[in-house]
Design a protein around this ligand. Structure first.
Ligand code: BES
Ligand code: ZN
Ligand code: ZN
Length: 502
């Protein structure tokens, strides 16, 4: 367990004392104060090192005589002018990653003097804390032996502010940020679960428990979906022994008359490829082929926790794509809920089949103002954009721009990719309305998006292909290796900027 606290009166006994240092020598009041108390000792020590306060750099010394602390450590803040809520979060994240390497259970970060141009000290401190909290996430529930070093690792990080009113401000600003982190952790946990634990049935039950947060949750099983004619989605799950589900989560935080904004997620709990079976090397990653649905669920949870003033609906299609005697065959033709028929040429191009019915259902049922889907849809988007950008496809320039901007602000970047008539022609089928495959190895992220567009009924729509950004093989400031939670901070920002009427 890792906890964050705020205080203006923390005692230093047996804690690590953390001080921020700017790269451009801007004064960090906590530093000046400590340095003075210790007769310039710290300044002199630092002058003998290469530590210059570069953003996220870390340097520690044994606590000098005259302090109660167990260690004194310095975290680089970069240039004061470049400080933003986002860089603060990164600094907080980096700090925590460093603290994990030391055998001290408590640390106190004195933040006096660390604030951006437009945020108060309290608010800035809350963002530092948010970064540390996000980085503290670990998926270790299946480790039966707690590692020795973990027992003495950092468990409590206190942010020390100069006055009681600063402390209050930080605590207040931290409330929605904490809610956001909870939503992100919810998604990361779902994404990290193996597919023998998280299947469409257990997943649907888990989402049902979001009702305790004030979210209306509706589960549709296979019978209900058959009645609605959702054969595209059902076809993907028909080879699995687990029942497919559609889960609808409604958060109503604004007036009833206000149209909702809608989020739709691909929730393939395991994508073996079906009869178009994947080779083992690419199959091992496919427990996180439900990433889009986890982001949608975490987002709706987060909106509820922070009581966002918005009406939002999340719809996730939960299926397991398995080969078996009942599995869908390459060349099968299914009739989707929209009435359009689909020739299934490759059972591994299953995400678009799930989304086609989920998107259609969401528009018919809720008439949303906008619709955004998230999906680990194509391997090709990883080839195109790597793990730095998610692919963005949209039929609406304003919506696309807003998503691009929000992405830049929170460092969850999206890059707009093309839709085009020729890609649309590519998915015309010879014997049905649409085929689920374009020309092999040609613009397959775009033909996949174009497929989705055939199920969009004249409303602003955006599709985020998150195949490259859902799982990380590298440590980053706000997450270690594993599930990233990419998309929640982006959409939270997008919603609070454009839909909460502030
Ligand atoms: N779930 C995969 C896409 C994927 C690949 C996500 C790697 C994350 C990491 C998707 O269902 C898929 O198999 N897509 C195929 C489509 C092809 C058959 C047109 C692909 O990208 O190869
Ligand atoms: Zn697939
Ligand atoms: Zn898939």
């Amino acid at each position: 367990m890792f906890t964050i606290t705020f205080s203006h009166t923390a005692s230093l006994k047996e804690t690590s004392l953390i001080i921020g240092i700017y790269e451009d020598n801007s004064p960090s009041l906590a530093f000046e104060k400590l340095n003075k108390e210790l007769q310039d000792h710290i300044k002199k020590t630092l002058e003998t090192t290469t530590f210059k306060g570069k953003k996220g750099d870390f340097f520690s010394i044994i606590a000098p005589q005259g302090t109660d602390a167990s260690m004194v450590a310095f975290i680089g803040l970069g240039k004061k002018d470049l400080l933003s809520f986002n860089t603060l979060e990164e600094i907080g994240g980096n700090l925590l990653a460093h603290l994990y390497k030391y055998p001290y259970k408590r640390a106190a970060f004195h933040t006096d003097g660390i604030n951006t141009r437009d945020l108060s000290l309290g608010e800035s401190t809350a963002h530092l804390a948010q970064g540390s909290l996000l980085r503290s996430f670990q998926f270790d529930k299946y480790k039966t032996k707690k590692r020795e070093e973990a027992k003495s690792q950092i468990q409590e990080l206190t942010f020390v502010l100069p006055s009681a009113s600063d402390e209050e401000k930080a605590k207040k600003a931290f409330i929605p940020l904490n809610a956001l982190a909870e939503g992100i952790f919810y998604a990361r946990n779902l994404i990290s679960e193996p597919a023998n634990v998280l299947n469409p049935e257990t997943y649907a039950q888990e989402l049902k428990s979001l009702e305790k947060e004030g979210i209306k949750v509706t589960l549709l099983g296979e019978k209900e979906m058959q009645k609605l004619g959702m054969n595209a989605l059902l076809g993907v799950g028909q080879g699995s022994s687990k029942e497919s589900h559609l889960v609808i989560m409604e958060w109503n935080g604004a007036e009833k008359t206000k149209k909702p904004i809608a989020f739709v997620g691909k929730g393939v709990t395991f994508d073996s490829g079906g009869l178009s079976l994947k080779p083992t090397e690419s199959m091992v990653d496919m427990k996180w082929d439900m990433g889009g649905s986890a982001i949608v669920s975490g987002l709706i949870k987060e909106l509820a926790l922070r009581k966002a003033k918005v009406n939002a609906v999340g719809v996730v299609g939960l299926v397991e794509n398995m080969p078996s005697g009942t599995a869908q065959r390459p060349s099968d033709i299914v009739k989707s809920m929209s009435g359009q028929t689909i020739e299934v040429l490759d059972t591994d191009a299953e995400g678009r089949l799930v989304l086609s019915d989920a998107l259609w259902y969401t528009q018919e049922k809720f008439h949303p103002e906008i619709i955004i889907d998230l999906a680990t849809l194509t391997g090709a988007i990883i080839i195109a954009l790597g793990s730095e950008y998610a692919g963005l496809f949209s039929n609406d320039d304003i919506l696309a721009k807003r998503l691009e901007e929000a992405g830049l602000e929170v460092e969850e970047k999206v890059w707009r990719m093309p839709l085009h008539e020729t890609f649309d022609k590519d998915i015309d089928s010879d014997i049905a309305d649409i085929r689920n495959l374009g020309t092999p190895r040609k613009a397959s992220s775009s033909t996949a998006a174009q497929f989705l567009l055939r199920f969009i009924n004249n409303i602003p729509w955006a599709h985020l292909d998150i195949a490259g950004v859902t799982w990380s093989n590298k440590d980053k400031p706000l997450y270690g290796k594993g599930a990233t939670g990419f998309g929640i901070r982006l959409l939270d920002r997008f919603i609070s900027k454009h839909y909460e009427g502030k």
